[in-house]
Design a protein around this ligand. Structure first.
Ligand SMILES: NC(=O)c1ccc[n+]([C@@H]2O[C@H](COP(=O)([O-])OP(=O)(O)OC[C@H]3O[C@@H](n4cnc5c(N)ncnc54)[C@H](OP(=O)(O)O)[C@@H]3O)[C@@H](O)[C@H]2O)c1
Length: 300
């Protein structure tokens, strides 16, 4: 592609979207669309006419969708809204991208699985979501993967970063206020830094634009997280150690921390397909956490 590619980034205000604005900048001209419309056009995935307008005005060479309804517990009672954003909107995005013959990169979640396993989940394992959020995200994946569109669906997990609502920032704030915390120790997954995810996304998209990767060969579903695994308690301990806090952490079972939405007990994702297809290294979660914390403002 000789002209500068135009990338329509939907959800540019979210944890991952905010990092994508930075990592996609050298890859092409980023049209940063968000609900608030602060850095570019306003887009509401619930409103089909706004999606069509932003898409048509942007004339994109690729779409990256980082927007989602991510409030896992609230989704149990706001299922229609979660479905509209996480599933229905993906039918429209795939229809528009298919007609324009442009690729779509999209993110999904480990919550599509039930967590009743003892080995990392592969892309061909059967999903069995236990929550409205997980079900709507699965339906969104399928809307893209079953359509006639060049889609890359990246399933990730336990996303954190210096911005947004996430476990790492919540823990850092609690360590300042509390001397003791009880943290769930029987849910195991892989903490994944939003910036790392945004970086690998940009590297892939760049290779798609240069023709180094052909979408008809690579389209499909991939698992992308950091390497390794831990529990929420293990993640909290690592954040505590790095923060120099002396807050006392006590491991507890999920049964002692009831929440409206059920979570998978074990949702480690096997990233072999991603690493082999794209030749990329996914750093250990502790290494990424260290780098992220070095960037996080002390009062964040
Ligand atoms: N966070 C995790 O732990 C996690 C784990 C696995 C997979 N994922 C997936 O990774 C992707 C990125 O997640 P994230 O952590 O960056 O989520 P996030 O921080 O919650 O960002 C999602 C963004 O979507 C926007 N949005 C919500 N409703 C919208 C609508 N109707 N129209 C347009 N935009 C809307 C939100 O705007 P407002 O903030 O203004 O509402 C927010 O900026 C999502 O697909 C998510 O499902 C996340």
């Amino acid at each position: 592609m000789s002209k500068t590619p135009r990338i329509l980034l939907i959800g540019s205000d979210g944890q991952v979207g905010w990092e994508l604005r930075r990592t996609l900048a050298p890859v092409g001209q980023v049209i940063a669309a968000s609900l608030a419309g602060e850095a570019g056009p306003a887009i509401d995935l619930v409103d089909a006419s706004s999606v069509r307008k932003v898409f048509n005005d942007a004339e994109p060479d690729a779409v990256v969708n980082a927007a989602a309804y991510t409030a896992v517990d609230t989704a149990e009672t706001e299922s229609e809204l979660a479905r509209a954003i996480n599933a229905d909107a993906l039918h429209l995005i795939s229809e528009l991208a298919s007609a324009a013959r442009v690729p779509v990169m999209h993110y999904s979640t480990d919550f599509v699985f039930s967590g009743q396993t003892d080995r990392p989940y592969r892309e061909d394992d059967t999903p069995a979501p236990m929550s409205v959020y997980g079900q709507t995200k699965l339906d969104g994946e399928r809307a893209l993967l079953e359509a006639d569109v060049d889609a890359l669906v990246l399933r990730t997990a336990w996303v954190y970063g210096v911005r947004g609502r996430n476990f790492m920032l919540t823990m850092r704030n609690l360590f300042r206020e509390r001397t003791e915390l009880r943290i769930v120790d029987d849910q195991v997954g892989t903490p994944t830094w939003s910036r790392m995810l945004a970086e690998v996304s940009a590297l892939i998209l760049h290779r798609v634009f240069t023709g180094d990767l052909q979408m008809d060969r690579i389209r499909g579903l991939y698992h992308v997280t950091s390497a390794g695994a831990t529990s929420w308690y293990g993640f909290a301990e690592a954040i505590r150690e790095a923060s120099g806090s002396d807050c006392k952490l006590t491991p507890i079972p999920t049964t002692e921390y009831p929440a409206p939405a059920k979570r998978p007990a074990y949702s480690v994702l096997d990233t072999t397909k991603f690493r082999e297809t794209f030749g990329l290294t996914l750093p250990d979660w502790r290494q990424s956490l260290e780098l992220c914390l070095a960037d996080a403002p002390a009062s964040g």
